[in-house]
Ligand binder design. Structure first.
Ligand SMILES: Cc1cc2nc3c(=O)[nH]c(=O)nc-3n(C[C@H](O)[C@H](O)[C@H](O)COP(=O)(O)OP(=O)(O)OC[C@H]3O[C@@H](n4cnc5c(N)ncnc54)[C@H](O)[C@@H]3O)c2cc1C
Length: 79
């Protein structure tokens, strides 16, 4: 295996565009690392109206903000 010229971590909106543009520009070899799966078996992953039902499940990274001074110190879910 050769060493890639670029490693893109995450193939979401930004990562997939970046990887494609690096490829199309002939900038070098690109390795894309994606932690998520297709989750074909989880209907709510494929229906945007059901996204709140995914909170707190195995497909939720569970990121949270630090306390926000402009929302009275509340901590918010970070999607
Ligand atoms: C329910 C919902 C509906 C939305 N609807 C819209 C809409 O209609 N229009 C709009 O403009 N925006 C919408 N957004 C917002 C939009 O999806 C995000 O702003 C955008 O996807 C962010 O792009 P990103 O590349 O920064 O992150 P993401 O697209 O989240 O990509 C990050 C990727 O990195 C992967 N990853 C994370 N950690 C690692 C790791 N350690 N190693 C490898 N891979 C990793 C993740 O699995 C993920 O695939 C919506 C968001 C949600 C949650």
């Amino acid at each position: 295996m050769t060493t890639p010229d670029f490693i893109v971590v995450g193939s979401g909106s930004a990562g997939s565009v970046l990887a494609r543009r690096l490829h199309d520009a002939g900038a070098g070899t690109v390795l894309v690392l994606e932690a998520g799966g297709a989750h074909e078996e989880i209907h709510a992953v494929h229906d945007p109206t059901l996204w709140p039902t995914l909170w707190g499940t195995d497909v939720d990274y569970g990121y949270r903000t630090v306390p926000q001074p402009h929302t009275a110190g509340r901590v918010h879910d970070w999607q």
